[in-house]
Design a protein around this ligand. Structure first.
Ligand SMILES: Cc1cc2nc3c(=O)[nH]c(=O)nc-3n(C[C@H](O)[C@H](O)[C@H](O)COP(=O)(O)OP(=O)(O)OC[C@H]3O[C@@H](n4cnc5c(N)ncnc54)[C@H](O)[C@@H]3O)c2cc1C
Length: 268
């Protein structure tokens, strides 16, 4: 039996270049129901792929869902989101798949302040968290490669520090943060190895109770695109050419992968 998360079919209705490394993609997804958790994310599967990548729901209004995508050197979604720029066909009008949303942000009762820290991939969540809590005193640190000053609320309640870069200095920054008095909540996301170091720092040095922070690894440094044991591209194209439904194509992919795993186990 399939234990996959619920999939929704979505149509790309708009693509907007927010800055050199940041692309907004607006999807029409009539079946989507938000969790309301401000850092909620979905898995995004772009055409011709089976693997998903996670993206934060920046906004959900009516049936329109906005994802803001950081584009870097090489990557499955990175390349898709830039198709319009590289001479490929436009992504507007394409059908993609998204999975049901999940969220992690959990403000403890009585929290009197918020600290938010992150790189470009964390920016959509930091913006939505800030908007969801307009009255909570909030300090934000964002280390991003582009000029995006209008992207986050910056007012009496929200104080934002922008730093140029790719998030490499966030661990150092967190070690130097002056923690506000009283109870609050610390939320952070960025490169996974750095996030592990920060969790240790919060636990061991600052002794912050677990319920008072959420530190999420959003991406991993690795060399190039991850190799896949079974290449989904040909299976997908073959399935489409034969008029199979996505569910049937998934089933074929699972079967191919099980076949492969069986061979590997046989070898071991
Ligand atoms: C819960 C959650 C929410 C997320 N929300 C967002 C979001 O709203 N917006 C967003 O842009 N990202 C978000 N991410 C991060 C995003 O899923 C990853 O960056 C993802 O790997 C990008 O996929 P890709 O296909 O472009 O690159 P991949 O094919 O996954 O990776 C290709 C290569 O690029 C490297 N790489 C991957 N991501 C980055 C990066 N950000 N910077 C530099 N190198 C990288 C990898 O190490 C690999 O070598 C979120 C992740 C999680 C877990």
């Amino acid at each position: 039996m399939s234990v996959r998360a619920q999939h929704h079919s979505a149509t790309v209705v708009r693509r907007e270049q927010l800055s050199d490394h940041f692309v907004r993609v607006v999807l029409d997804v009539p079946s989507f129901v938000s969790t309301g958790v401000p850092d909620e994310w979905v898995g995004l599967i772009v055409p011709g792929q089976f693997q998903s990548r996670y993206y934060t729901v920046r906004q959900h209004v009516g049936s329109e869902l906005t994802l803001d995508i950081a584009v870097h050197e090489v990557g499955l979604v990175t390349e898709w989101a830039q198709a319009d720029l590289t001479g490929g066909s436009t992504i507007v009008g394409q059908t993609v798949t998204i999975t049901d949303p999940k969220g992690s942000f959990e403000l403890p009762e009585g929290a009197a302040w918020l600290l938010l820290v992150g790189d470009l991939t964390a920016l959509p969540a930091m913006a939505r968290i800030s908007e969801t809590h307009p009255d909570l005193p909030t300090r934000v640190w964002a280390e991003v490669p582009d000029q995006l000053s209008g992207y986050l609320p910056d007012d009496d309640r929200h104080q934002v520090t922008w730093m140029p870069g790719h998030g490499d200095h966030l661990a150092e920054l967190v070690e130097g943060i002056e923690w506000p008095e009283g109870d609050g909540y610390f939320w952070m996301a960025g490169e996974s190895a750095q996030m592990r170091a920060i969790r240790k720092h919060l636990m061991r040095e600052r002794k912050v109770p677990t319920a008072a922070y959420d530190v999420m690894g959003y991406w991993r440094v690795s060399a190039g695109r991850q190799p896949r044991a079974v290449d989904p591209g040909p299976i997908y194209r073959d399935g489409k050419a034969r008029g199979l439904s996505d569910e049937q194509i998934w089933a074929n992919y699972d079967a191919a992968q099980q076949h492969h795993d069986g061979h590997e186990a046989g070898r071991g």
